[in-house]
Design a protein around this ligand. Structure first.
Ligand SMILES: NC(=O)c1ccc[n+]([C@@H]2O[C@H](COP(=O)([O-])OP(=O)(O)OC[C@H]3O[C@@H](n4cnc5c(N)ncnc54)[C@H](OP(=O)(O)O)[C@@H]3O)[C@@H](O)[C@H]2O)c1
Length: 243
């Protein structure tokens, strides 16, 4: 039986990579899916590919105004949000000696500020018993040379999830984090071959994650199968941070 039958799911940053895999899986499990992307053609093309009446909306995940507009459109189309996935994120290298205010702001604007105000915008439309997944990273619990700002944003995501869990439990809203390890998406595509080999070497399972494997974890946490799980972080990392 479909695990998300007739649930309304909003995937912020759902037109490619991990977000697209999540949207595809939620749709296959019976959700009415709405995705966002900064570019309207990407949003529409991805929604068409997802099928089952999925809708794509052009919105910048780092803009509170855009997110309020997205939620308004979801309300008009479906009346509510049952499942919220905040996935948009970026990662660019910069060692401490080279970090610029622009580098810092770009990361925090999308990875943290976008998540906070995206959640705030969606909350009034969320049903009691709704479920939220924040896409974090194992980088939030580690230090990776050259990626200090990214790591810090993902630590902030983990922290917010703890507080939001406590704040929203009385409404029956569950908040969890899925923390992928290295995953084969555009974010990894720019990485040189020898660096990829170095990234994969310590992973016990010997390879990067497929986006669909991250999506399976997100589906589990959103679904009623996880009805007593909130405030948790589920690592999908082939064992990398577990051994
Ligand atoms: N790939 C990995 O190894 C890995 C590991 C751990 C965690 N993650 C996390 O997983 C999530 C998805 O990453 P991915 O690997 O699927 O990367 P991706 O293919 O590059 O997708 C990035 C997503 O974030 C959105 N985004 C990027 N920059 C943005 C900006 N400046 N403003 C607004 N939205 C922006 C994109 O939306 P548009 O459609 O608008 O471009 C897209 O939906 C991120 O939160 C990332 O930190 C990835």
């Amino acid at each position: 039986m479909a695990r998300m039958n007739n649930k309304v799911a909003l995937v912020v940053g759902g037109a490619k990579g991990i977000g697209l895999a999540i949207a595809e899986r939620l749709s296959a499990e019976g959700s009415k899916v709405v995705i966002t992307s900064r570019r309207s053609d990407d949003a529409e093309k991805a929604a068409e590919g997802i099928g089952n009446g999925a809708v794509g909306i052009a919105a910048d995940a780092s803009s509170p105004e855009d997110m309020l507009d997205v939620v308004e459109q979801v309300r008009k189309a479906h009346g509510r949000i049952d499942a919220l996935v905040l996935n948009a994120g970026l990662s660019e290298p910069s060692q401490i000696a080279e970090i610029t205010p622009e580098h810092f702001d770009r990361h925090f604007d999308v990875n943290v500020r976008g998540m906070v105000f995206g959640f705030q915008a969606a909350l009034p439309a969320m049903t009691d018993g709704g479920s939220v997944v924040l896409v974090g990273s194992i980088a939030g619990n580690a230090g990776y040379p050259g990626y200090g700002t990214y790591c810090a944003t993902k630590a902030a995501v983990r922290s917010y999830a703890r507080t939001w869990t406590a704040e929203l439990a009385s409404k029956g809203i569950r908040v969890n984090v899925v923390a992928p390890g290295p995953t084969d998406t555009d974010m990894m595509a720019s990485v040189a071959q020898d660096t990829r080999a170095a990234i994969v070497a310590p992973i016990p399972m010997g390879r990067m994650a497929r986006p669909s494997e991250v999506a399976a974890a997100v589906l589990f946490l959103l679904s009623d199968d996880a009805s007593y799980i909130t405030g948790a972080e589920l690592c999908v990392d082939g064992g990398l941070r577990q051994v």
